[in-house]
Write a protein that binds this ligand. Structure first.
Ligand SMILES: NC(=O)c1ccc[n+]([C@@H]2O[C@H](COP(=O)([O-])OP(=O)(O)OC[C@H]3O[C@@H](n4cnc5c(N)ncnc54)[C@H](OP(=O)(O)O)[C@@H]3O)[C@@H](O)[C@H]2O)c1
Length: 275
């Protein structure tokens, strides 16, 4: 019998590519999204069940999982991909915007794991792939709240990888670098024009500097993220999996820096614009 994967956030970007990647390699796919009525491509594919799942709505999670099990018999792999970004200095972020990003990127991901793990435990097997970010490996100035949400998931993943290993369940993260062709930038909350003039000017300067760094690199193909997610679900890989030339370079720099402080100094030189 074919394996089955449930993926969150399949309306676009890495989620949609991952759904196609697993499906093309013979898996059954529960391709979940907040607005399945808008989906026209995945609904046409055999062995793909498109259904509604909002990671902030526990009832939708339960229903989506149950429909997946009813249709395909089991869920062998979970890909926690749903998430969004925030361009803002910490002081530009409102309490509400901070809570919103944590509701999706952290608590929403936990909601889905909490619902799927008992099923995997009962079967004594399974894998969970959490899509984090390069911003979960380095403290990304100008995106501090987003960065902290992805650090939270990196830490959670590392702890759970050990907690669940004896139970036959693999838990890993995939940390993509910058991929500008998904809907990520369009879906990113933007607060760089909030706050007092000093904050606005500082925020804009950081954003322009970061945008220049991204623009100077070659555009990266988001299919490589989908392929890495598939590789993590199907082969022996490390717990933490940076993907993309930029994320791999940063991860290499972390590993080769004598101390974390040496790495922070290197990041300062790279990411802080000259004043
Ligand atoms: N692109 C990058 O440069 C990049 C880099 C590092 C990490 N990431 C991470 O990769 C993941 C996917 O991003 P992407 O680049 O593919 O961006 P994307 O095209 O914007 O995809 C994000 C997906 O998450 C969904 N989503 C948002 N809130 C949700 C919720 N409450 N419940 C369920 N689904 C929800 C969106 O659905 P709707 O269509 O309903 O909004 C969309 O399907 C995110 O976790 C992101 O943080 C992206």
């Amino acid at each position: 019998m074919s394996n089955t994967v449930l993926i969150t956030g399949c309306s676009s970007g890495f989620g949609k590519l991952a759904a196609n990647t697993f499906r093309d390699r013979g898996w059954n796919v529960v391709a979940t999204m907040r607005s399945p009525h808008k989906e026209t491509e995945l609904t046409e594919l055999d062995n793909v069940l498109v259904n509604r799942l909002d990671v902030t709505d526990p009832a939708s999670i339960e229903t989506s999982i149950q429909e997946g099990i009813d249709r395909f018999g089991a869920i062998d792999s979970l890909v926690n991909n749903a998430g969004f970004g925030s361009n803002a200095l910490f002081e530009q972020s409102t309490d509400e915007s901070i809570r919103n990003i944590y509701e999706t990127n952290v608590f929403g991901l936990m909601n889905v794991m909490r619902a799927v793990l008992p099923h995997m435990r009962e079967r004594g097997s399974g894998s969970v792939i959490n899509v984090t970010s390069m911003a979960g490996l380095i403290g990304l100035l100008g995106n501090s709240v987003y960065s902290s949400s992805k650090f939270a998931v990196e830490g959670l993943t590392e702890a759970l990888a050990l907690e669940y290993k004896p139970l036959g369940i693999q838990i890993k993260s995939v940390a993509p670098g910058a991929y500008v062709t998904t809907e990520f930038l369009n879906n990113t909350d933007n607060y760089i024009e909030s706050g007092d003039p000093q904050l606005q000017e500082h925020s804009q300067k950081l954003r322009d500097h970061f945008a220049n760094i991204i623009a100077a690199g070659d555009p990266q193909d988001p299919q490589e993220v989908a392929d890495k997610i598939y590789e993590c679900a199907t082969s022996e890989t490390p717990v933490h999996n940076p993907v993309g030339a930029d994320a791999e370079r940063l991860s290499g720099l972390i590993d080769s820096s004598p101390t974390r402080q040496d790495f922070v100094v290197a990041m300062e030189q790279m990411l802080l614009p000259a004043s």
